[in-house]
Design a protein around this ligand. Structure first.
Ligand code: PLP
Length: 355
């Protein structure tokens, strides 16, 4: 049963938690290397990529930093229409890059045309964009953005944060021509936090070789040398990799398309429930996330009071985030959450609203 209708960390299935308790092995042993390789290969299916997937002992932000340090020598375009896109921009600035921010209102999807215009003028080595903004519940049209950018600047690398959508929404890295797609373990993959997964194209790896000051811990060129031997430069988060290996079997057994359909059906149900209770969504139709719904708090609901009520029933939802903290609240429907959990949550919310 799901209890955590918050956009990560999410509930983890008991058997997945259990998989973490496997005994340690030397990380440079054949036994562990086989698990490492197998997990990374299964992950490629979730990213829809023939390229490599790096597993890092970090949360997703670590890979935002890796992307900047490895693929940008000087100039990057940061597409920003939410809190996590803004964080990625700050990561670029704090690493000394010339980052240009292309900002959209938070309730407006990133426009492929405007991004292409900016790229055409710019000489950008890369652009960063968030697929699923966890703050606003917005899904940006990444496929169309990639297409538009390729048409005007084929060499600009397209770096995508899919922290709160990979494994819950279909992101076809290779077919869409993306150069890096990164995610965290604690969202739609429904694992405990602490593991980053980043898929990287060949041309991005070539670019990385030319970039100076990539650092050490997140130097993907160094990581690639080890990865080719089913290993990593530093000690990997072994327990999480045991769990990943196990969880990817469960995810692939559900079937990726079934999994995406389950997420999308839950999103639709939550949106319809909100509308029928005089509440509207923060994101416009056609761009709403299928993993987290951000609802405008038009009824002045006291969210901490509501959560206290829900906690008595062993459930909780999330408040707003950043500048829209007080004016929105969020219901996540990702990972292990099933429609029956959503029905239980909505029934409890209904009971609360009637009070
Ligand atoms: N990007 C998005 C879209 C997120 O939702 C989050 C976290 O919620 C992050 C990045 C940061 O990820 P992490 O907390 O795993 O570092």
């Amino acid at each position: 049963m799901s209890r955590m209708f918050v956009p990560g960390p999410v509930d983890v299935a008991d058997e997945v938690l259990q998989a973490q308790t496997a005994p340690m092995l030397p990380h440079r042993s054949k036994e562990f290397e086989a698990i490492y390789r197998r997990a990374a290969e299964k992950a490629q299916q979730v990213f829809y990529t023939r390229y490599r997937v790096f597993l890092t002992a970090s949360s997703g932000t670590g890979l935002q930093e890796a992307a900047i340090r490895n693929f940008v020598q000087r100039r990057v375009l940061s597409v920003v229409n939410g809190a996590f896109a803004d964080r990625w921009y700050e990561v670029a600035v704090s690493n000394g890059k010339e980052a240009e921010k292309l900002a959209f209102d938070w309730d407006t999807p990133a426009s492929p045309e405007r991004i292409a215009d900016a790229v055409r003028k710019g000489g950008f080595e890369a652009l960063t964009v968030v697929h699923n903004e966890t703050s606003t519940g917005m899904q940006n049209p990444v496929k169309e953005i990639a297409e538009a950018v390729r048409a005007v600047s084929p060499d600009t690398l397209i770096l995508v944060d899919a922290v709160s959508s990979l494994g819950g929404a279909k992101i076809e890295m290779d077919a869409w021509g993306l150069d890096m797609v990164l995610t965290s373990s604690q969202k739609c993959l429904a694992l405990p936090p602490g593991l980053g997964l980043g898929a990287v194209s060949d041309r991005a790896m070539e670019k990385a070789k030319t970039v100076e000051n990539r650092g050490w811990y997140f130097d993907l060129v160094r990581m690639e040398k080890h990865r080719l031997k089913d290993s990593s430069p530093a000690t990997p988060a072994m327990s999480l990799i045991f769990a990943l290996d196990f969880q990817l079997d469960r995810i692939l057994a559900e079937g990726l398309d079934n999994r995406f359909a389950r997420h999308s059906a839950m999103a639709k149900r939550v949106q319809e429930w909100a509308e029928s209770h005089d509440l509207s969504m923060y994101a416009p139709p056609g761009y709403r996330s299928q993993t987290v719904t951000t609802i405008k708090n038009e009824r002045g609901i006291n969210v901490s009071d509501l959560n206290a009520f829900l906690k008595q029933r062993e459930m909780r939802i999330a408040g707003g985030y950043g500048p829209i903290k007080e004016t929105t609240f969020r219901i996540a429907h990702m990972g292990e959450t099933q429609m029956s959990d959503i029905e239980k949550l909505l029934a409890a919310m209904e009971e609360y609203l009637k009070q």
